[in-house]
Design a protein around this ligand. Structure first.
Ligand SMILES: [Zn+2]
Length: 169
């Protein structure tokens, strides 16, 4: 008998923290991945400490490479631009689902939600209506450091842009 069968667990992506209303996480088992933690660590702010203490209540787990590859295949087929951290969140949820749990991804990232739907993973968009925005997402080039909007490749260096969170004061 599998005691974990059908157990609802939450998988949080970085956008969960972007739109975090009151620095709290849902009750129950919450997961995220090391890549999401790295993304959050990249942000500089007075609130970072609170976000980090919140992360201590989560289970930080890496999905298997095989599961990541399967998610990548789906994202490429859907032609969606998602970060490695996003892929890791989806792959972790998929892994938990295949272990017999009922994962729910908490995110308001369009790419994540679309791929979750394709993988038949439940998701719960974070409603931003009553939430105070405490972060914004910066898309930057890891080589020259310039920031861009609505680009995926640096037009100067030709490398893939990364995203990080900037906490608003
Ligand atoms: Zn560049």
């Amino acid at each position: 008998m599998n005691l974990n069968k059908g157990k609802v667990v939450y998988v949080l992506d970085a956008s969960f923290f972007i739109n975090l209303p009151a620095l709290q996480i849902p009750e129950g088992e919450c997961y995220t991945t090391p890549l999401v933690v790295d993304e959050l660590k990249d942000s500089r702010s007075s609130l970072l400490e609170e976000v980090m203490s919140l992360l201590r209540a989560l289970k930080i787990m890496s999905p298997s490479k095989d599961t990541c590859k399967r998610v990548e295949v789906v994202s490429r087929r859907m032609n969606l631009d998602v970060s490695r951290a996003d892929i890791s969140v989806l792959a972790l949820a998929l892994m938990l689902k295949e272990e017999g749990k009922s994962p729910i991804i908490l995110s308001d990232d369009y790419g994540i939600m679309s791929i979750a739907e394709a993988l038949e993973i439940k998701f719960n968009p974070i409603t931003t209506r009553n939430f105070k925005r405490i972060h914004k997402v910066i898309t930057y080039c890891p080589v020259c450091g310039r920031t861009f909007k609505r680009k995926t490749i640096c037009p100067i260096c030709g490398v893939r842009l990364r995203r990080k969170l900037k906490l608003l004061k």
